[in-house]
Design a protein around this ligand. Structure first.
Ligand SMILES: [Cu+2]
Length: 190
C-alpha cells in the first residue's frame, strides 16, 4: 500500500513544480487509496435470487462468549424468501436476533420462524437492529481475519460465506452494541 503511494508521489514530483500542486495531488492520491481499500474490503455472495452483501463481524475482547454478524440481504426474485439459520465455525451456534429499546433498556430477542426477505426487497442486519448473534464463541473474533460460516434460506438453499472481522467499535451507525455480555443496561432475552 505504502509503496503504491510512494510511487504515485515520485511520479507526481516529476510532473509538478509548485508545492501547492504537489499537496493537492497527494491528497487526491490518498483519497483514491482509501476508496481502493474500501472496495477491497467489500465482498458479496449470491445464491438463487438472494444476494448477500458484505458479511462482517466485530472483534471481541478476550473472554467474550458472544459476537455479532452483519450483512445485507437482497431478494431479486418474485417470491419472498426467509433466512432460516446461520452457522459460523468459531461459535457453537448462531441465532437471528432483533434488537429493540423498550423503556430505555436495550433488548434482544430471537426472530422466530426465520427472517423474512420480501420479493424485490432488502433486509439489513447491522449493529443497531437485526443481527446474527454468535453464541458460545470458541475463541476471540480477531480484527482483520475472516470467519467461515454459512447461511440457509428457505427457498434459495445454503451458501458458504466469510465474515470479515472489523474493529471492536466499528459501526455504520453511532449506536453501540458489542453483542455484549459486558454492556450495562442490556438484557439478553434469549
Ligand atoms: Cu443479539
Amino acid at each position: 500500500m505504502l509503496s503504491r503511494l510512494n510511487s504515485v508521489r515520485v511520479a507526481v514530483r516529476r510532473l509538478l513544480t509548485s508545492p501547492e500542486e504537489r499537496i493537492g495531488i497527494a491528497v487526491f492520491a490518498m483519497a483514491l487509496l482509501f476508496v481502493g481499500v474500501d472496495a477491497a474490503a467489500a465482498h458479496e455472495y449470491k445464491i438463487g435470487a438472494i444476494e448477500i452483501g458484505h458479511p462482517w463481524s466485530r472483534a471481541t475482547p478476550p473472554g467474550a462468549k458472544v459476537g455479532g454478524g452483519y450483512l445485507t440481504l437482497t431478494n431479486d426474485g418474485d417470491m419472498p424468501d426467509k433466512l432460516v439459520s446461520a452457522t459460523v465455525e468459531i461459535a457453537g451456534r448462531a441465532e437471528i436476533h432483533q434488537m429493540s429499546v423498550e423503556d430505555g433498556v436495550m433488548k434482544m430477542r430471537q426472530v422466530e420462524g426465520g427472517l423474512d426477505i420480501p420479493a424485490h426487497g432488502t433486509v439489513k442486519l447491522d449493529p443497531s437492529g437485526l443481527h446474527l448473534m454468535f453464541l458460545d464463541l470458541k475463541g476471540p473474533l480477531v480484527r482483520g481475519t475472516k470467519v467461515h460460516g454459512s447461511l440457509t434460506f428457505e427457498k434459495a438453499g445454503t451458501v458458504d460465506v466469510d465474515f470479515i472481522v472489523d474493529a471492536i467499535g466499528a459501526s455504520p451507525k453511532p449506536m453501540k452494541h458489542d453483542g455484549g455480555d459486558s454492556m450495562p443496561g442490556m438484557k439478553m432475552d434469549h
